[in-house]
Design a protein around this ligand. Structure first.
Ligand SMILES: NC(=O)c1ccc[n+]([C@@H]2O[C@H](COP(=O)([O-])OP(=O)(O)OC[C@H]3O[C@@H](n4cnc5c(N)ncnc54)[C@H](OP(=O)(O)O)[C@@H]3O)[C@@H](O)[C@H]2O)c1
Length: 282
């Protein structure tokens, strides 16, 4: 009983109050980012919406404002340091704090490793990995000063186990996982936590907008972006270390831990017959 009470108390102490928290979501113009912004708004947070498509951000900001919370649309390219710095400045000059950063902006590149375009490999690293580091660096000084903050890294199930055709994209998420592990320990003394969320296949523009072989893009029944968004908000509030999403994703990670050779074999069978001749398409 005593144990149960103290565990509850500890969980309550750990919880992050999302009402009026200032939350920056990168990649808020579609998919998981847009759904997450709406979900944080429902929890009473004040939103900074960051992505390149200003028109999409403006209409999302209007929708959030009409629903009774505040939102600021800040057109941002996460690969441009000046643009990222302006995003953090916009949050601070409007509200004076930054409580949560959701590092979500990203896209996919799919194709067999032997025929990957090095320029595309570089570009996807710039957005998914270096962009996320740049955003983290932009918010940490304010979070350190406040003595609190939560950085939510949108990784992927493919950030722990890659599959055929996903090497270039998965590499960006493996890299994000590595910096998240380091940053978690480095930032803990300042009251800043790191949550890693690993979605499986999700309904978003992602699959359509990804670059590369269509037949090698992730398959399987997608999870609605709204369900991923709810999981992101729950994990942020509870300041969880990590969350793996989709049953298929969890099953693959479990199996990979005990029998990686079996996962290789199953994946090999699933992608047997892939034709290398299929052209790359945007
Ligand atoms: N969908 C899936 O199956 C799936 C699975 C696992 C993980 N994920 C991850 O989830 C995250 C969100 O993707 P999604 O599925 O929601 O796809 P999405 O609908 O294509 O959203 C991607 C978002 O990233 C933004 N973005 C891309 N490049 C950017 C840049 N240079 N600067 C700022 N923003 C940029 C896009 O906005 P603009 O074009 O307006 O800039 C868009 O808002 C990504 O990190 C992705 O890797 C997705």
């Amino acid at each position: 009983m005593t144990d149960a009470i103290s565990a509850r108390k500890i969980a309550a102490m750990k919880r992050l109050e999302l009402r009026e928290a200032v939350v920056i979501v990168t990649g808020a113009s579609s998919g998981i980012g847009e759904a997450a912004a709406l979900e944080f708004a429902r929890a009473g947070s004040r939103l900074v919406l960051a992505a390149r498509r200003a028109d999409r951000l403006d209409s999302l900001a209007r929708k959030i404002t009409q629903e009774g919370t505040e939102a600021l649309a800040v057109p941002t390219d996460v690969t441009l340091p000046a643009s990222v710095a302006a995003m953090a400045r916009a949050a601070l000059s409007r509200w004076g704090t930054i409580d949560v950063l959701v590092n979500n902006a990203g896209f996919g590149v799919f194709g067999k490793v032997e025929s990957l375009d090095p320029d595309l490999c570089r570009r996807v690293l710039e957005v998914n990995y270096l962009g996320a580091i740049s955003c983290l660096q932009a918010v940490v000084p304010a979070m350190k000063e406040q003595g609190r903050g939560q950085i939510v890294q949108i990784s992927s199930i493919l950030g722990l186990r890659s599959v055929p055709g996903s090497g270039a994209y998965a590499a960006t998420k493996f890299a994000l996982e590595a910096v998240s592990q380091s940053a978690r320990v480095e930032l803990a003394p300042f009251g800043i936590g790191i949550t890693v969320v690993r979605p499986g296949r999700t309904e978003a523009e992602f699959t359509e907008k990804s670059v590369g072989r269509r037949s090698l893009r992730p398959r399987g029944r997608p999870m609605p972006a709204e369900a991923v968004a709810r999981a992101i908000v729950r994990a942020t509030r509870a300041r969880r270390r990590e969350v793996n999403l989709t049953l298929e994703g969890r099953a693959m990670l479990f199996l990979d831990r005990w029998a990686p050779w079996l996962v290789d074999r199953v994946l090999g069978r699933m992608t047997r017959g892939e034709r290398e001749a299929e052209p790359l398409s945007r």
